[in-house]
Write a protein that binds this ligand. Structure first.
Ligand code: GCU
Length: 414
């Protein structure tokens, strides 16, 4: 279930900085054989593959092989969308040769005024493409949705009532006005977010060993399946003449921020990676046990990570990685981590610290990480070759967040 603002601080978890236990982070620059990494080449050729494999084995599980059966079809097109500022398309990506089989719809906006292929943000949405903008021409998702009276989601089907309900998180006009494309996909198209034994969505195509019990300890959970969907979406964007596939930033909020980080780690073609309030299992350091913990996340959402991750329930210090090493997998690409002051469940300080501790890997490439391990003032972004901010307010995506992402992207993608 989604945590409502009223229960944003579940009881029984630590929200007190003075009670964070002592911990020692695994050394990002020390290979498994005990050698210290001193050059960018050693990082790229030796240590990075090790770290990636550790995350596959102990955290997210493997991302399934790319599908070879992908087909696309433009489902709708409006050359006069967003008050005449954008071209809006819906592109269906079929995962198999069967039109009635699993598929995802990419909702893609590109600025009409663009004279060449544009840099683009790509990110999943929580409630269907039709929820990001009230435009009545956007198809209502036919995929499984969580029942929700406020959104008119009944019997796991979305209805007209949910059109535009998430538009505050998707400032389409602002994005295209600044010269960026925006591509979004309902994450439930790729894998319905429920512990259902990996039978549907893209898993219906990728799984040989269905069911939790028979799966390998490092078989990818839903976050890996969602990452695969993003890689396929990047393939589609790369082939699109209006989008520059070499300048795609992968973005996500919360569980979808965990996903954007894992997609950025596993698919180095993403030119920039953005984590909005991703928290536990995303940007936050697991060993701090501040807010959500490994045990809690594996219990509430047993389908997100791989089975091996459960070994670290109440046992974080035994993990061969921590999440600063996930951030390091983005290097030397620009990565942005954002937190919200009231979002203590996601551990803002832990999100910032993991980015800080990835700094030595950026330094190998002559890039600058965060200058200090101190929290910056609220609403005062720090932009070096990485970006961080903590804004006032709750667990959400706001215009403030998007403004910073675009300011940062102006430096790195234009
Ligand atoms: C829950 C979960 C978080 C997750 C969040 C979200 O709060 O515990 O890990 O990030 O849902 O996706 O909104």
């Amino acid at each position: 279930a989604m945590i409502s603002p009223a229960s944003a601080q579940p009881e029984g978890y630590n929200y007190d900085e003075s009670k964070v236990p002592d911990y020692e982070l695994p050394e990002v620059l020390k290979t498994e054989a005990g050698k210290t990494v001193e050059t960018a080449e050693q990082w790229t050729n030796q240590r990075r593959p090790e770290v990636l494999r550790l995350f596959e084995q102990h955290v997210f599980g493997r991302v399934p092989e790319k599908l070879t059966t992908i087909r696309t079809r433009v489902r709708s097109r409006n050359d006069d969308a967003v008050g005449g500022k954008a071209i809006r398309r819906e592109i269906t990506v079929f995962f198999t040769a069967d039109d009635d089989g699993p598929s995802m719809d990419i909702l893609l906006y590109t600025p009409k005024s663009a004279t060449k292929a544009v840099p683009c943000f790509l990110g999943y949405n929580f409630h269907g493409n039709h929820s990001i903008d009230p435009d009545p021409a956007i198809h209502i998702t036919e995929s499984w949705v969580r029942n929700d009276k406020d959104r008119g989601n009944i019997d796991h089907k979305a209805t007209e009532a949910s059109r535009g309900k998430s538009s505050s998180r998707w400032p389409v006009e602002m994005i295209v006005s600044r010269g960026y494309g925006l591509a979004t996909i309902y994450y439930g198209d790729v894998d319905p977010d429920t512990d259902d034994g990996f039978k549907n969505g893209i898993h219906a195509v990728t799984e040989a060993d269905r069911g939790d019990a028979e799966r390998a300890g490092d078989a990818g959970g839903s976050i890996s399946a969602w990452s695969l969907g993003l890689s396929h979406a990047l393939d589609v964007l790369t082939q699109d003449s209006l989008v520059d596939g070499d300048r795609v930033a992968v973005f996500g909020h919360s569980r979808l921020g965990k996903t954007s980080l894992w997609a950025g780690a596993t698919d180095p073609r993403f030119a920039m990676v953005i984590s909005n309030d991703s928290g536990c299992g995303g940007a936050a350091l697991a060993r701090r046990r501040f807010g959500e913990t490994v045990k809690r996340i594996n219990t509430s959402f047993p389908h997100w990570f791989c089975k091996n991750h459960r070994q670290y329930n109440d046992n974080e210090d035994a993990m061969p990685v921590d999440h600063h090493m996930l951030m390091a997998l983005m290097a030397p690409r620009p990565v942005y981590v954002a937190s919200a002051q009231e979002d203590t469940w996601a551990d803002p300080r832990g999100e910032m610290l993991s980015l800080y501790h990835a700094g030595p890997v950026y330094a190998l490439f002559g890039r600058k990480g965060l200058p200090t391990a101190e929290m910056p003032d609220v609403n005062k972004p720090i932009h070096t070759d990485v970006g961080y901010h903590i804004r006032t307010g709750k667990h959400d995506v706001t215009d403030f967040d998007w403004t910073q992402y675009m300011n940062f992207a102006d430096q790195h993608l234009k």
